[in-house]
Design a protein around this ligand. Structure first.
Ligand SMILES: NC(=O)c1ccc[n+]([C@@H]2O[C@H](COP(=O)([O-])OP(=O)(O)OC[C@H]3O[C@@H](n4cnc5c(N)ncnc54)[C@H](OP(=O)(O)O)[C@@H]3O)[C@@H](O)[C@H]2O)c1
Length: 315
């Protein structure tokens, strides 16, 4: 079977890509590859200095590429609204929105909006951002919303009784819940886009395990496991961000992609390797949970989408 590599990426000339957290790790690598393929890139980042440094690095590897910056803190609805306003004002057309940014919080933290920080950053922020800019994608043939999930979604449960972990916080269930939410969001968004006859599709990807800055706030053991210096020992478990990011890039650009597709490394474990179409858990396809999470996300963020709910069939 042919590997899907950077060389497989079709030309992206004339396309505008907004990528959250494009300043480091998987987001940076995806942005770099897309810029090299000819796309205009908008890095939506929370730290302007890190964003500017990343933009400069991308311009070196993709001479002549347009790389813009927008300030975005996904853990703040005010910031998400400001970023969406700026994106709407600057880009009449968006071809790709890549919801890549994410994090894990070892300790419970509440955002200024009163949300648990992991859920805010990884799900509610991206939910709000997508809803606020979706009308810039809807008329664009071939446009896509790509959301980055994780193998960990398989262990996720949406705890509607305590979505914000107010009754007790453990970082792993919080992270796994947020990554399951990414896939339920993709599932419901795709259903709504298809029902509306939109040109846009919703797809998802996961990188396996990649050596990025992701472990920066986690235990020393987790940071050591992610260190590139140990790659000779952890090659079977972890891969480079370059290869990890290809799942995102494939979801964003493979012409054979259909709405709802999910890409990640191959094999049973899906830890490492070049991206293929993979299956997500049965729970991530639970349409009743997806619908309920959507309604809850609209209520919490105050963002209503420009495409309506799917009418249940048979009624
Ligand atoms: N690495 C893995 O093994 C792995 C596995 C499964 C899934 N993932 C997923 O892959 C995605 C990218 O992670 P990564 O591995 O590339 O990690 P990373 O190197 O830590 O990069 C995360 C990016 O998200 C940004 N970010 C975090 N919180 C944000 C916020 N509140 N607002 C805006 N941006 C924010 C970070 O910005 P700063 O640079 O300013 O901190 C950074 O740009 C995440 O969704 C993660 O869940 C990663």
């Amino acid at each position: 079977m042919n590997r899907w590599t950077e060389g497989s990426v079709p030309g992206q000339q004339g396309r505008t890509v907004v990528i959250t957290g494009g300043n480091t790790g998987l987001g940076f690598e995806a942005a770099r590859v897309l810029a090299q393929a000819g796309a205009a890139i908008v890095l939506a980042c929370r730290d302007p200095a890190r964003g500017a440094a990343a933009a400069a690095r991308i311009r070196v590897t993709a001479p002549g590429a347009r790389v813009d910056l927008v300030h975005l803190d996904l853990a703040s609805l005010a910031s998400v609204r400001e970023a969406a306003d700026q994106l709407r004002a600057s880009y009449p057309v968006i071809d790709l929105l890549i919801n890549n940014a994410g994090g894990v919080n070892p300790r419970y933290q509440r955002t200024e909006d009163g949300f648990e920080r992991t859920l805010a950053t990884n799900h509610l922020g991206p939910f709000a951002l997508t809803g606020l800019v979706l009308d810039r994608l809807l008329p664009v043939p071939g446009s896509r919303v790509v959301t980055v999930s994780s193998i960990g979604h398989r262990r996720g449960v949406i705890n509607f009784d305590d979505l914000q972990a107010e009754q007790g916080y453990r970082f792993q269930p919080a992270y796994f819940q947020s990554k399951l939410a990414n896939l339920l969001f993709t599932c419901e968004l795709q259903a709504r886009l298809a029902a509306a006859g939109a040109a846009t599709i919703a797809v998802a990807a996961h990188p396996g395990n990649a050596r990025t800055e992701f472990g920066r706030d986690m235990s020393r053991a987790a940071r050591i496991a992610m260190s590139p210096r140990l790659s000779a020992l952890t090659w079977w478990l972890m891969q480079s961000p370059r290869v990890g990011a290809l799942a995102t890039v494939r979801a964003a650009t493979d012409p054979d992609t259909r709405g709802g597709d999910y890409y990640g490394p191959p094999g049973r474990a899906q830890f490492t390797g070049y991206p293929v179409r993979v299956e997500s858990s049965a729970r991530s396809h639970d349409t009743a949970v997806a619908r309920r999470l959507w309604q809850e996300s609209e209520r919490l963020t105050g963002v209503t989408y420009p495409i309506g709910a799917v009418q249940p069939s048979g009624g």
